[in-house]
Design a protein. Structure first.
Length: 319
């Protein structure tokens, strides 16, 4: 624990002394951190300085090379770098597009931007667990809210997290519709990495409030069979299929009528359709990746199976 960064996710830190606080952080430029990420990705060895800087900048978890950065105004950002495993499309740019689309669809997401470093793309995401003045915010993951661990993570469901959010919410009517929107977004972009650790809530000692949505990256799919990481229906056999009609069938679970559920999905689908070109340009997505993602991952035809033409926007509009 003492080998981890003092700049870890949330408000917790580990110290040798109860009285004296000593931060464990090493600084480096974006290009230096990017260079270190490339070396590690290729199986090379780092200098001691870069090793410390990158190690202490990657305590936010996940498999993608990343580091934390501080801008001139004191704002803190998470930098996500490209990986040699990104063979089908640029995950960095793709996630940038999805964050931009979610923002336009009224889903709360952190500030983000795609920039260039060492000739490659880097996604910068503003840290929402910092208040911009050096203060920290306590954050708990969906796994923590479900009161379980990694061994049983595959059994955690969206309704299980929702029940806890409602129990500790200032307004118990709010978490349901917001979680419904996020499930719909994941279905729309083929993101099946929506496990319990990729959902979180702020905790102030009394109330829980969903953090901005994060890790909105499309998964690699090649056919119509696709499921979410967590069930969005109740019960042992709750629905997991990545399909809008199935989600609408669970609207009541999230405090919505079927008509309200369909409206949310209609709005999301229309937003993605109308803003796809502009969002792709903002995130510097290549023409090839833009076409590839739109044909396979974004608004896939299987998401519309079982949808009636008078409910969710008809599939024929997107073919």
């Amino acid at each position: 624990m003492l080998s981890s960064s003092s700049n870890r996710f949330g408000a917790l830190d580990f110290q040798v002394s109860r009285e004296n606080y000593v931060a464990r952080d090493d600084s480096a430029t974006l290009d230096e951190l990017h260079e270190a990420a490339i070396i590690l990705d290729e199986g090379g060895e780092l200098s001691s300085g870069l090793d410390a800087a990158l190690l202490h900048g990657t305590t936010l978890g996940g498999a993608r090379p990343k580091a934390t950065l501080t801008d001139n105004d004191g704002g803190e950002w998470l930098a996500k770098f490209a990986s040699s495993d990104d063979r089908v499309f640029s995950v960095v740019n793709a996630e940038g597009v999805m964050l931009e689309l979610a923002r336009r669809a009224s889903i709360t997401v952190p500030e983000s931007k795609v920039i260039s470093s060492l000739g490659n793309e880097v996604l910068l995401v503003k840290r929402f667990d910092r208040d911009g003045t050096g203060g920290r915010r306590h954050v708990v993951s969906g796994l923590t809210m479900a009161q379980t661990d990694e061994m049983y993570a595959r059994y955690v469901s969206y309704p299980q997290i929702l029940d806890v959010l409602r129990m500790y919410a200032k307004d118990a009517t709010q978490p349901g519709p917001e979680l419904f929107r996020r499930i719909a977004m994941n279905i729309a972009i083929s993101n099946n990495d929506d496990h319990a650790r990729n959902h979180a809530a702020f905790w102030d000692g009394r109330y829980l409030e969903l953090t901005p949505a994060y890790d909105l990256a499309p998964g690699q799919r090649s056919g119509d069979t696709f499921e979410q990481a967590m069930a969005f229906g109740r019960g042992d056999r709750g629905a997991k299929v990545s399909n809008f009609a199935a989600l609408v069938g669970e609207s009541e679970t999230y405090g919505l009528s079927a008509a309200e559920g369909r409206y949310i999905i209609d709005h999301l689908v229309s937003t993605i359709r109308d803003n796809w070109d502009d969002a792709a340009e903002v995130a510097r997505l290549s023409a090839a990746d833009k076409q590839n993602l739109r044909e396979r991952q974004v608004l896939p035809r299987a998401a519309f199976f079982g949808v009636k033409s008078r409910g969710v926007v008809s599939l024929r509009l997107f073919l």
